[in-house]
Design a binder for this molecule. Structure first.
Ligand code: ZN
Ligand code: ZN
Length: 599
């Protein structure tokens, strides 16, 4: 190697004068004109720039000296023709361009050739005509196009291979992040000096690292979409960051116990940090379907976290039977992806201790999450309810509040509106009170001695008549009698008989309900009226006992039907309802999803 610095003044002057021409640029078309007629050059297959190649290969250095010699350096600087023209290629060499970039932007790469061998070939050809240019790329050279990053490709590939070592991956995608100014600068000088249509730095570098990686690990399968892992080269810090995509598993679950939410529910008091209220678990409910399915899989998949996507969800107090509910569990950043599904199911079912059960599990993918969420599935329900005389039931009880278990006692209790019709906030508050505390006595007047003693005797007599007790005697006789008398029972409307109940239940089949958003979900759902159909009614059973009239029935309903509301009517918000048709209040005792008619 010669010791002459590549940018020494004399050398540049000499080189430039070899190519410079005062007229270039101003009359560039004319300049090439006299070369057009030259004999056809050797046939290189370079489709992008055949014209330029013709011109270039037919021109020798002598041509250039003869035609373009000039002292006007500044003009030359602005107007140097880009590669693959000979002066353009020579300039690339002079700039200290590395072999990779020379092959990438030199415009001479033949089909199937990699950029580095194309670059070596270009350099060899130029050096054959101009040996002095060998000094342009010595030990201290700095490629302005890639900032010597191609030299780091083997290192980056090694870093990547090491980072990937812990992860099972059959689909790897490689990407790169450059500092914005570097990318812009490269883009600008490539467009100025490189052959038109040259590959950008980023894609070429990624390709090069990929090639090196495959040398280290030939088993890796590289993809351009839907990778399991995206390995991102950070070109500023020369680091490799892995974006580990989730692994998805499809299955169906049955929820065999009530009181289990579908997804993990952080403790309201501590938001999941753990506190006295939640015994340090950080959860509002100890178990959830999500944890029961996902937690046993964490170790199997070498994952730290999971997300749960169900095809709809049942209320906490609702079981899910039959074939179970389809779901996709998403294991995040898994180290392992190929796990025997029999092992997966066994791990879940054995740890769930009968609370839930899964089957039909198989590998899935992200797109199935969307499908699961968007599939409107008809569902069959089994529901049990107790009949009460019309107007004697409290408003419906939101299940998640009633079943809380850990809920504090500070729940605000408003005055109860037992008469059903009111839909103001009081009604919502009333729903926090367990059903048992609401009964018909609530509304009747209880008298005490103090309040009675200030009444006139005539008023006391009226009360005695109302209470159906003797109205003779002194004021204090009357007061004592009133206090000791049983409170009057209001006249209750009669309950329907068994035949009427069965007739009305069977008649529900084919009925379209208008359901206004139930009060219990009104805080998170838009208030609108939905039309939903009850498709099938099956196995209605009526039990008339000393405890009252109990009814069980199976309903198959259109997706999105509020089933509890279909029975109790939600204070008139669902029309018609079993309650409105029976002219009786219906207290829902339990509800099961009997089957989900999907998949
Ligand atoms: Zn380079
Ligand atoms: Zn807590």
């Amino acid at each position: 190697m010669t010791e002459v610095p590549k940018d020494s003044g004399t050398e540049e002057k000499e080189d430039w004068t070899a190519f410079a021409n005062a007229g270039f640029g101003e009359t560039d078309i004319d300049l090439w004109d006299d070369l057009e007629a030259a004999p056809a050059p050797d046939s290189e297959d370079e489709p992008k720039s055949i014209d330029q190649q013709k011109k270039e290969s037919s021109s020798t250095d002598d041509d250039w000296n003869e035609h373009y010699q000039s002292d006007q350096m500044e003009t030359y600087l602005q107007e140097i023709p880009p590669a693959p023209s000979l002066p353009g290629l020579k300039h690339l060499l002079r700039m200290g361009t590395c072999d990779h970039c020379l092959g990438r932007i030199g415009g001479k790469k033949s089909f199937g050739q990699d950029i580095v061998s194309a670059g070596i070939e270009i350099r060899a050809n130029i050096l054959a005509t101009d040996p002095e240019l060998v000094s342009a790329r010595d030990g201290d050279s700095y490629c302005q196009f890639c900032e010597e990053l191609f030299a780091e490709a083997p290192l980056l590939a090694r870093l990547m291979n090491d980072a990937l070592a812990d992860y099972e991956c059959s689909r790897l995608q490689i990407g790169a992040q450059f500092p914005k100014d570097q990318a812009e600068e490269e883009d600008s000088i490539r467009k100025r000096y490189g052959a038109p249509g040259s590959a950008p730095l980023k894609s070429s570098l990624v390709e090069n690292v990929a090639k090196e990686l495959l040398l280290l690990n030939p088993k890796i399968k590289l993809v351009n979409e839907k990778p399991q892992i995206l390995a991102l080269l950070d070109m500023l810090t020369l680091a490799v960051n892995l974006d580990i995509r989730s692994h998805y598993i499809y299955g169906r679950y049955r929820k065999l116990e009530r009181g289990i939410p579908q997804t993990r529910w952080p403790c309201r008091a501590c938001k999941g940090r753990g506190c006295m209220r939640c015994d340090g678990t950080g959860k509002q409910y100890l178990h959830s379907v999500q944890d029961s399915v996902g937690n046993p899989l964490l170790e199997l998949f070498g994952s730290k976290e999971h997300s749960f996507h169900g095809m709809g969800r049942e209320d906490i107090d609702v079981r899910c039977m039959g074939r179970g509910r389809p779901f996709v569990i998403e294991m995040k950043s898994p180290k392992i992806r190929s796990v025997d599904m029999a092992v997966v199911e066994k791990a879940i079912n054995s740890q769930a201790e009968g609370r839930i059960e899964v089957d039909s599990m198989r590998d899935s993918q992200r797109s199935e999450v969307v499908r699961i969420k968007d599939t409107p599935a008809e569902k069959s329900y089994r529901i049990r309810f107790k009949l009460h005389p019309l107007g004697t039931m409290p408003a419906p009880v939101p299940n998640h509040r009633k079943e809380g278990g850990r809920r504090g006692k500070k729940g605000r209790r408003g005055k109860r509106n037992r008469r059903g019709g009111d839909k103001d906030e009081e009604t919502i508050l009333a729903t926090e009170t367990p059903v048992e505390e609401n009964n018909v006595k609530e509304n009747s007047t209880t008298y005490d001695e103090a309040s009675l003693s200030i009444l006139k005797k005539a008023e006391l007599v009226d009360i005695c008549i109302e209470r159906k007790v003797a109205k003779s005697g002194t004021k204090s006789d009357l007061i004592e009698r009133i206090i000791n008398s049983p409170e009057p029972q209001p006249e209750l409307p009669p309950l329907p008989d068994e035949n009427k109940i069965l007739r009305i239940l069977n008649g529900l089949a084919g009925t379209t309900l208008e359901q206004r958003t139930p009060l219990r979900v009104a805080h998170r759902r838009a208030d609108k009226i939905r039309k939903r159909q009850v498709m099938v009614v099956e196995d209605p059973v009526v039990e008339c006992t000393e405890e009252g009239i109990f009814t069980e029935v199976s309903l198959r309903c259109e997706s999105g039907t509020y089933v509890k509301e279909t029975v109790h009517g939600d204070g008139g918000r669902t029309i018609p309802s079993v309650s409105s048709l029976l002219e009786a209040d219906c207290e829902v005792l339990w509800l099961d999803v009997a089957d989900i008619h999907a998949d």
